[in-house]
Ligand binder design. Structure first.
Ligand SMILES: [Fe+2]
Ligand SMILES: [Fe+2]
Length: 301
């Protein structure tokens, strides 16, 4: 039997074909699909207030409305900046895998289409940071060095698992952001575009996880099961971070303590993780170490 005649390979190519069709019908170009010059209302939040790390805490109660809006702007800029490097590493993972794959396959063509989506997202996120009047959150040299190592870890199940951890959890939150009535319109537009295009990536990554699970060696499954919890460490910093509080002129230690203990906001994050957590549990992809990490960084009770 040739590789292509195996049923799972046929299904994979058919799915890639469908996803390429979807990309052709529904893709966006932020250069024309976002109104970059529209005026921004200084009273509107850049993230829904109830999702902001300090919402409802004693520190929040002491802040003026303008300070709260500024915190939402900084948290949005932090999230967008980190999303840029995360998408960078996933693209590198896909490109590296491609060196071993058949360039005529539809699967490779879809991976290239997805890389195209992600490069457009990186432009969109970078442009949004400057459009909302913030400075980007850049990686330190040591962080960049560490992040540079990630694509060499992204192989097989680990690549698909990492993609899902980044994409599914943020997707759930971004759907809430996109629908929120009191958000800056520019943030709603960005989130709507991202949610629409990421839906394809999530389908592709879920299929990738299931396919690799069926054809991987025990040690690959073991690694993916135990290492997906590292994503919790990375993702926590998307939601609250010392540098954000420093830029807002807050007492950093106190802000970190109050954010960590902010149960209603933590509950929103846990809810966003639930779908992925259940998926991982169902397919045996949640190991003890990972579960501990997800719990430690506030994504599990
Ligand atoms: Fe993206
Ligand atoms: Fe994506």
């Amino acid at each position: 039997m040739t590789v292509m005649s195996q049923p799972h390979e046929v299904r994979r190519q058919e799915m890639a074909d469908r996803l390429i069709g979807g990309s052709m019908r529904r893709s966006y170009n932020s250069a024309i699909d976002i109104d970059w010059d529209a005026p921004q209302d200084p009273d509107l939040f850049y993230l829904p207030p109830e999702t902001i790390s300090l919402y409802g805490t004693p520190l929040w109660e002491q802040m003026t409305h303008a300070q709260r809006v500024e915190l939402s702007r900084q948290e949005a800029a932090n999230m967008l900046s980190r999303a840029v490097w995360f998408e960078n590493t996933l693209n590198q993972g896909l490109l590296r895998a491609m060196l071993y794959q058949d360039p005529t396959s539809r699967n490779v063509h879809y991976a290239l289409t997805e890389i195209g989506d992600e490069t457009r997202h990186m432009i969109m996120f970078g442009r949004t940071v400057s459009a909302i009047g913030a400075r980007p959150y850049r990686l330190s040299k040591l962080e960049a060095w560490t992040v540079q190592r990630l694509p060499s870890l992204y192989k097989g199940l680990l690549l698909w698992g990492a993609a899902l951890c980044g994409e599914e959890l943020l997707d759930d939150l971004q759907r809430k952001y996109a629908r929120h009535p009191d958000l800056q319109p520019i943030m709603q537009q960005v989130m709507r575009i991202h949610v629409a295009e990421e839906a394809r990536h999530i389908r592709y990554a879920r299929e990738g996880v299931l396919r690799r699970l069926a054809h991987s060696r025990w040690y690959e499954r073991r690694l993916a099961r135990e290492l997906n919890g590292i994503a919790a460490f990375v993702l926590r910093r998307i939601f609250y971070d010392k540098e954000v509080y420093r830029r807002c002129g807050l007492d950093v230690g106190e802000a970190m303590r109050q954010a960590r203990a902010n149960e209603p906001v933590n509950a929103i994050r846990r809810e966003s993780f639930r779908g992925l957590y259940e998926f991982f549990e169902d397919i045996g992809m949640m190991g003890r170490f990972s579960r501990r990490m997800w719990r430690r960084y506030g994504f599990l009770e």
